[in-house]
Design a protein around this ligand. Structure first.
Ligand SMILES: Nc1ncnc2c1ncn2[C@@H]1O[C@H](COP(=O)(O)OP(=O)(O)OP(=O)(O)O)[C@@H](O)[C@H]1O
Ligand SMILES: [Mg+2]
Length: 421
């Protein structure tokens, strides 16, 4: 199973490329679904068909869906929301405000993620192509599982066991509504889904992010930032698609300056994003609409050949990089993070009291939850090597972590707490 996600600045060609990729995959015989998570859906326009919130057959082997966020939210969030309503109301918020507030920021993201996970786990598709919203929203989408975990840990610091024991006493002193078993169960459900989603999208053998850009300075800048942040969050980028390149035949006249500037920017893109492969797509003489144009677009990007598992197959992984890895070196443990396109000075790193590393780059930050095996070690240093930030952990005075401990994460800890284990 493969998940391919296209992101980039507004209007660069994400939807066109998602549609072209999906059609090509379907024609190679993969059971393919293409979903749009951008609330401003235009996937239907690319296929010149109406697509709605339900899965729709667009061509043999090809289904499409434009995710309707409100509809998805009702489906997945009802139980948790009713608990939050009670808590907020107890804090003195009136019912109406509570109702509004309990639609926490990011709930739309959650709904999309749940649907993607549902499709991935249904076993009915070989390929899921995601036509994502412009960069900022997509980063929000992809950072949501971890952010939600962090919040759940903070607003929900209860041990299920402790509550069960303390309930009668607490009842006598306070009218704070204590979460019941049903609440623990729904939060646990949610955490389980978030963890699965985060693993699915973070697994580079399943999911590849592709950056779409046009050879224009501002667009490239945004793609560079997206590349850094995707890596920061541990998502593997395997290609860049440079779309809308003016053909060089357009010489003599108005477009001369544009084509010259584009050529220069193209060279810059090649240099900046290496070793990622860069696929070039010209500005066509018409819009990318309807199957014929989509087929042609796919042929330009992936080649004319139609070999399943070989040439012309968009499901290939075009670049094998590991955004995040843990290994042992000279008696120390190394957490290695790919952070391309930033300088050492732009990265701020600190460790919180608990087993987290906090990394700030620009406006984005990630709370990296350390594997339990690393969390109890001291940080011995950090250094920039190539495009990677390597954080060293010393295991001098403590027993060395076991391989399981190097895998185990805070998701496991949180689940155990909610389960009352
Ligand atoms: N290579 C191309 N040649 C000609 N037209 C193109 C090309 N790529 C995209 N287009 C057209 O440009 C417009 C914008 O493309 P598209 O909708 O795919 O971009 P997008 O990144 O999804 O935009 P948004 O951010 O609004 O979702 C569409 O009308 C599309 O048909
Ligand atoms: Mg679009």
């Amino acid at each position: 199973m493969r998940i391919i996600l296209y992101t980039g600045k507004g209007g660069v060609g994400k939807t066109s490329l998602s549609a072209a990729t999906a059609l090509r995959c379907a024609e190679l015989g993969y059971r393919t679904v293409v979903v749009s998570t951008d609330p401003a859906h235009s996937l239907g326009d690319s296929f010149d068909m109406r697509i709605g919130n339900e899965l729709k057959l667009l061509a043999p082997n090809l289904w499409g869906q434009e995710i309707d966020l409100l509809h998805q939210m009702d489906k997945y969030w009802g139980r948790v929301q009713s608990y939050l309503n009670v808590i907020f109301a107890w804090r003195g918020m009136d019912a109406l405000v509570a109702e509004e507030t309990s639609v926490l920021p990011g709930m739309e993201e959650l709904a999309s993620l749940m649907q993607i996970t549902h499709l991935a786990e249904s076993g009915e598709y070989d390929v899921i192509v995601i036509d994502a919203a412009p960069t900022g929203s997509t980063l929000q989408l992809l950072s949501f599982p971890e952010m939600a975990r962090w919040y759940i840990e903070k607003i929900f610091p209860f041990q299920r066991k402790t509550i069960q024991i303390a309930r009668p006493v607490m009842k006598a002193f306070s009218d704070m509504p204590l979460p019941g078993d049903d609440v623990f169960e729904s939060i646990e459900d949610l955490v389980v889904v978030l963890e699965r989603t985060s693993k699915l999208l973070g697994d580079s053998s399943v999911s590849s992010m592709r950056l779409v850009l046009n050879p224009e300075k501002m667009v490239i800048k945004e793609a560079q930032r997206a590349y850094t942040y995707l890596n920061l969050y541990g998502y593997a980028v395997d290609a860049v698609i440079c779309n809308r390149i003016f053909p060089t035949e357009l010489t003599g006249g108005y477009f001369d300056q544009w084509t010259a500037a584009q050529q220069k920017n193209l060279e810059f893109v090649e240099e900046a994003f290496q070793p990622l492969p860069i696929f070039r797509v010209p500005m066509f003489s018409q819009e990318v609409m309807g199957q014929e144009m989509l087929r042609m677009t796919a042929a330009t990007v992936f080649g004319e050949a139609l070999v399943r598992g070989g040439a012309g197959d968009p499901t290939q992984t075009f670049y094998h990089g590991k955004p995040q890895k843990v290994y042992q070196e000279n008696g120390q443990y190394v957490l290695s993070l790919a952070l391309p396109m930033v300088t050492k000075e732009e990265v701020k790193l600190h460790r919180s009291v608990v087993d987290e590393l906090i990394i700030h780059i620009g406006n984005w930050k990630r709370n990296i939850s350390l594997p339990t095996g690393l969390a109890r070690l001291e940080i011995a240093g950090a250094k920039y090597e190539g495009d990677r930030l390597n954080i060293l952990f010393a295991a001098d005075d403590v027993p060395a972590p076991t391989p399981q401990e190097l895998q185990s994460t805070r998701w496991d800890t949180l689940k155990a707490r909610l389960r009352g284990a």
